[in-house]
Design a protein around this ligand. Structure first.
Ligand SMILES: Cc1cc2nc3c(=O)[nH]c(=O)nc-3n(C[C@H](O)[C@H](O)[C@H](O)COP(=O)(O)OP(=O)(O)OC[C@H]3O[C@@H](n4cnc5c(N)ncnc54)[C@H](O)[C@@H]3O)c2cc1C
Length: 332
């Protein structure tokens, strides 16, 4: 591990100024991603700013009916929060499907949003990897790529975005609140994670020295139900091969405000906008779900090892839509 300078901040301002003092700095929250990557020598910051004492660990109800989730709120606490379980069920389910209870007790919301790829070539520190070492190449292209992405890929990177929580946040149209020395801004979730393009090392729309202080969730659509489904190699403690977060409401028997986001198949938490458009305004049916699922996976670029993800994700979307409908109808 490369030696680094360690500082502990107790306010947002302190955290931002400590971080801006060094170009190669990063924040420490639960440590469940960062400490591993420091030990593997994959992340090599000159300074680590510990933000665990910064006061941002509450879930606050907003006047419009939404919530502001503090950056340091633990994944377990958020999953079991009463309002999240009632109004944002897919978020609770996504959180509880991630990692293990011990990890969820440590992991924070901001750390989860910022977690790095689980691509073995990124983490092994010797294979060519444009994300870890820009310009070195991508060992996954032409290599073993069973867990890799089929959507949002580029010729420079096909690493999958690993988060479950982020898939639900994408479906609920969250915003990431960041604060820096220049002020505060809210970044729409679909703009927060960047596509790899020709700079896979640039992963987030956050500037150096900016701290995530929270995530804003708008109020869920009246009468909407949601669900998160995840397919993986074993029933717990495993990343998604494919996952789907779905939310919609029924108005006079027709689908309104449909939201579909996918995990395990794309280089960032993936909103399936065309699939949503295909659902909205129509009566729910299995044929319609199949059509939406096909649209969601249109344009997938597969490798020999990961082509199975296309039918897997389509099946998950269809099943998630059917469950969301059952939940909507159970409310009435
Ligand atoms: C064995 C294992 C299995 C896992 N399985 C899953 C899974 O199935 N599904 C899943 O979704 N996740 C899984 N994870 C990942 C886990 O969810 C993340 O490790 C965790 O959410 C990271 O949160 P943290 O608070 O520990 O972040 P840290 O490790 O402290 O930080 C992670 C990154 O976030 C940055 N950061 C932290 N706080 C802030 C802030 N306030 N502002 C800006 N940047 C910040 C850090 O600088 C760092 O780059 C797994 C992890 C492990 C180790």
């Amino acid at each position: 591990m490369k030696p680094f300078h360690y500082e502990r901040a107790s306010t947002v301002e302190e955290a931002c100024s400590m971080s801006t003092e060094s170009e190669e700095s990063c924040f420490l929250a639960g440590g469940t991603t960062l400490i591993d990557l420091l030990k593997l020598n994959v992340m090599r910051p000159a300074k680590v700013v510990d933000v665990r004492n910064v006061d941002m660990d509450t879930v606050d109800l907003l006047e419009d009916g939404g919530i502001l989730i503090g950056a340091n709120v633990r994944n377990s606490d958020l999953a079991w929060h009463q309002k999240v379980r009632r109004d944002y069920q897919a978020l609770s389910e996504a959180l509880l499907s991630g990692a293990s209870p011990q990890l969820r007790n440590m992991a924070t919301v901001a750390g989860n949003v910022m977690q790095r790829a689980r691509c073995p070539y990124f983490r092994d520190n010797y294979s060519p990897c444009n994300k870890r070492s820009p310009g070195s190449g991508c060992a996954a292209l032409g290599g073993y790529a069973r867990s890799h992405a089929v959507l949002g890929t580029s010729e420079h990177c096909i690493a999958t975005h690993p988060s479950d929580m982020c898939v639900a946040l994408a479906a609920f149209e969250a915003k990431v609140r960041v604060e820096g020395l220049a002020g505060t801004r809210d970044i729409p979730f679909s703009d927060f994670h960047l596509l790899p393009g020709d700079r896979p090392d640039r992963e987030h729309a956050i500037d150096p020295g900016e701290l995530i202080t929270g995530v804003v969730l708008p109020p869920n659509v009246e009468g909407a139900s949601s669900v998160y489904l995840k397919s993986r190699d074993r029933a717990s403690y495993e990343f998604a091969l494919a996952s789907a977060a779905v939310s919609f409401a029924l108005v006079e028997g027709r689908i309104a405000a449909a939201r579909i986001a996918l995990g395990g198949v794309a280089t960032k938490p993936w909103r399936a906008f065309e699939a949503e458009n295909c659902l909205e305004g129509n009566e729910p049916s299995s044929e319609l779900y199949e059509e939406a699922a096909a649209l969601a996976m249109e344009g997938a670029i597969t490798q020999p090892d990961n082509a199975y993800k296309v039918p897997l994700a389509r099946g998950l979307i269809v099943r998630a839509l059917a469950i969301a409908r059952e939940r909507v109808e159970a409310q009435v």
